[in-house]
Ligand binder design. Sequence first.
Ligand code: AKG
Length: 296
Amino acid sequence: MTDLSTSEPLAPTAPTAPSESLVPLAPLGTKFKLEKQITPEQQAFLDHYGYLHFENVLSLEEVQMVRDEQDRLQAQWIAEKKEKIRGVPLAYGKGLNHEPILHRMPFCSEFSEPLRKLLDDVRFDPIKGLIGENVRVGHIEQDGVVMNRYVNIPGGVHPRLGWHTDGLRDIFYGRMPQRMLNFGLHLDRISAKDGGLRILPCTHLQGFFSMAFKKPYFISHHTDPNELCVETNPGDMTVHDGRLWHRVAQSQVENAERRSLFVPYMTGEPIIKDENSPTALYQVIAKWMRKMKGGK
Ligand SMILES: O=C(O)CCC(=O)C(=O)O
């Protein structure tokens, strides 16, 4: 296990005050277009707010392919009665018709050729440049590429996800949080009433104490006065800094489903997972919390 005191912590980025920056800062909520290169405006936006939103990154055919792959893998893993993938417990629950489903599916790109091909497409290369050199897609690291399915039905166990940052899980691997970005592919039309992604802009600049203790991880679901609701269309992509606080709000519509795919872009020493990997403590806690709500 790495000695925490000697692990290299996240390099804190100085906040760029709009007035001091040479690059004009676009207003919060701006949706960008993903081109072959990240523009200085996009970089300044990420540095300042901790996230970016790109519209129409996937075609509707690609969105359908991702949805089909999620359904295919889900059916396969349920039929095989899989309990864990590479040490990560699977989150079983009920779908819109009360059929068995999987709410979170880790390492998906390892089990789907078309998904792997899509995520390695050159269109995503500019994203890697956002956090510097030696960045890699975390296909086989930590939880890998995760497919999410939130279902809002009476008695449902996973209609939402509490406040958290993604970077803190490094602590469970015995090291300080490393620099990372998580990019999300959004598969549904989601407006504020449908729940969906809520972020706390600028919290990536908060420092370690606030990253660890600002809110109780995954337990807190409260609306924060400073949160931003990220409304998406199928094929949109969001990118957020691993230090940014975010949550997924529950839909106000009954019998509703939302799907997303999250892809980690990692730096630092890789923490590779295989079939013999143990379950990390944060995954044990997540499973225990699901059980408390009646899930598996
Ligand atoms: O579904 C989303 O938009 C966010 C997912 C997320 O925060 C996570 O999987 O850690």
